[in-house]
Design a protein around this ligand. Structure first.
Ligand SMILES: CC(C)(COP(=O)(O)OP(=O)(O)OC[C@H]1O[C@@H](n2cnc3c(N)ncnc32)[C@H](O)[C@@H]1OP(=O)(O)O)[C@@H](O)C(=O)NCCC(=O)NCCS
Length: 182
């Protein structure tokens, strides 16, 4: 007997003996796997273009270049079909008592979002942090950036406290953290 299916705005709802499943359009599309590799100076123009598409208060080119000298091991790009589709800038911080990773900046080009690229970039950076003996990772996110908060929550980050007026326009930040379990 055919299984009941319901077309919904967000996808197809499928009912079968095992339960109820939602199949969304992007579940049916296959994309080529992005390559995650360390960033280099030639990537900076593409990184800056993604930054400008992603943020109202973008970092400028000099900051991205400088970050390459400070964080050469934890600064990555995602390359899809030969083009830079996303980047992540991570940094290691040593308080004397603890070493922890800091996710300083991440952006995925709007054309490439919701394909798992952001998750791959964070996972690669976390792996590097762990190899460099970090015990956890911290990041700041705008209170209004609910999309990014959901993204981070989905990969294990939890809000730990807020910082008033963290951003130049006076907006507050949530600090989110993830602790490694070894
Ligand atoms: C946040 C960002 C890096 C996520 O990159 P991405 O490649 O689209 O993320 P992924 O495809 O790996 O997302 C993994 C999961 O996170 C969640 N997620 C990602 N973006 C989301 C959004 N905007 N709203 C709700 N959930 C979201 C979803 O659960 C998603 O899985 P799904 O697509 O199967 O539902 C990207 O949206 C971006 O560049 N945003 C602008 C810059 C920014 O806000 N950076 C963070 C600053 S702190």
């Amino acid at each position: 007997m055919p299984k009941p299916m319901f077309l919904q705005r967000s996808g197809i709802l499928l009912l079968n003996d095992a339960g109820v499943f939602m199949i969304r359009p992007h579940d049916l599309v296959t994309y080529s796997m992005p390559q995650i590799r360390r960033a280099s100076p030639v990537d900076i123009p593409a990184i800056v273009a993604i930054e400008n598409e992603s943020f109202a208060d973008p970092w400028d080119q000099a900051v991205f270049l400088e970050a390459l000298t400070y964080y050469p091991t934890t600064y990555f790009v995602a390359v899809c079909d030969g083009a830079v589709a996303g980047f992540i800038v991570g940094g290691l911080e040593d308080t004397g008592e603890n070493i922890y990773g800091h996710l300083c900046n991440i952006g995925v080009s709007p054309r490439y979002r919701r394909r798992g690229i952001g998750k791959l970039l964070v996972r690669r950076t976390e792996h590097q942090f762990a190899m460099e003996l970090a015990t956890g990772v911290q990041l700041e996110v705008r209170v209004s950036n609910t999309g990014a908060q959901l993204f981070y929550q989905g990969i294990g980050y939890r809000p730990v406290f807020g910082i008033d007026q963290y951003y130049a326009n006076g907006e507050d930040a949530f600090v989110m953290m993830k602790w490694f379990r070894f």
